[in-house]
Design a protein around this ligand. Structure first.
Ligand code: SIN
Length: 361
């Protein structure tokens, strides 16, 4: 008994030590931050103005990704962040070739075990387009979040730093896995398919007016309330890994007194597809319809969209799409219909199959 006691004491101490080490390793695992790569492309979030009150007339895309990251030291509380400058442009200069390069880079990074999520800093003018292109071409469930700012970093109450912080914590969150490409500005989370820039200059510009935003970011945490029913990312059928160009698709706009000149010029310049952003429910002016019919007869795929901004474009509503062999854009804006049609044309020119894609994505 007398020399049993020390043995038992030793065993108890050993057990306590083992428990402490185990608890320590659980705590370590819980503290391990997600690895988020920030791909910087330019825009106002990387812009600078002449003074703190310059909120218009500044220069976009002047500040590099390292400076953006250094400006928000709090990023290191929510993720292990790496930065990469992929482009340095104002987003009106975004091209199909930029999109292809970006999608390939995102897919390469997300295939790596040491990348948990991606944030893309982007000019707000075409941010929704890049987001939708990636929503259809990224082959991963890991979070991809696009973020911008409506005010340059030099402005009073610049929105870039908080938007970047929110985007990084969203990309680092397990809650964002499998949600498709997300857009995060102004403490709100939107789906790439449905979000639009709705105001030229205010910080609350990004909205999903009728279909609704997905959630909010508050107190350092994302809160999701809904999800899009449309297919995206790993469930999308488009593969851009070997593409260097996309088929030419252009947009013609409907308005009172419109004529066929722009449409005919685009078809003559080689458009393989035309998005007609018509008035109302996509009505076709009598001055334009014959040119659309002629273009279709030459093999150009015609998609009827609306310039209104909300609502379903009714197939066989304002035009007999079955008879004309046209495609209806469903709820997609003209600029997003252009993206889906370009990708669709990489797979097929069959208008029935393309119409099905517009009801799928
Ligand atoms: C841009 O889109 O590059 C300029 C405007 C902005 O980022 O808000």
């Amino acid at each position: 008994m007398s020399h049993n006691l020390p043995d038992r004491l030793v065993r108890t101490v050993q057990t306590l030590l083992a428990c402490t080490m185990l608890l320590g390793s659980y705590a370590g695992a819980a503290e391990k931050l997600a690895n988020v790569t920030i791909l910087a492309t330019g825009g106002t979030i990387a812009g600078s103005g002449a003074s703190a009150t310059t909120t218009v007339g500044y220069t976009a895309a002047t500040v590099g990704v390292d400076t953006l990251i250094k400006a928000v030291p709090e990023l290191s509380n929510v993720a292990q962040v790496k930065g990469e400058q992929v482009f340095q442009i104002a987003s009106e200069n975004m091209t199909n070739e930029h999109w292809l390069a970006l999608a390939k880079r995102v897919n390469t990074l997300l295939a790596q075990a040491d990348v948990d999520g991606i944030v893309i800093t982007h000019g707000t003018d075409t941010l929704e387009e890049t987001a939708y292109f990636l929503d259809l071409t990224v082959k991963s469930k890991k979070p991809v979040v696009l973020v911008g700012a409506m005010r340059p970093g030099t402005a009073l109450s610049a929105d870039g730093p908080i938007n970047l912080y929110n985007a990084v914590l969203l990309a680092a969150s397990r809650d964002a896995v499998g949600k498709g490409v997300l857009v995060a500005l102004n403490d709100q989370i939107h789906s790439a398919r449905d979000v639009s820039k709705t105001n030229t200059s205010t910080p609350d510009s990004f909205k999903t007016p009728e279909l609704g935003l997905l959630g909010y970011i508050q107190g350092g945490k994302p809160y999701f309330y809904r999800a899009s029913t449309r297919k995206h990312t790993v469930d999308a059928e488009f593969d851009v890994s070997k593409l260097t160009t996309l088929p030419q698709v252009d947009i013609v706009y409907g308005y009172a007194n419109v004529g066929p000149v722009a449409l005919n010029a685009l078809v003559a310049a080689g458009a393989k597809g035309i998005i007609h952003a018509g008035v109302g429910d996509g009505s076709l002016a009598a001055t334009v319809k014959p040119a659309l019919v002629a273009a279709r007869k030459q093999g150009v795929v015609i998609v009827r969209a609306s310039r209104v901004g909300q609502g379903i474009l009714a197939r066989n509503g304002e035009a007999n799409d079955d008879e004309l062999d046209f495609v209806a854009a469903d709820t997609l804006s003209a600029q997003k219909a252009r993206i889906l049609l370009m990708l669709a044309l990489t797979k097929t020119s069959d208008t029935k199959a393309i119409q099905q894609m517009f009801y799928t994505y």
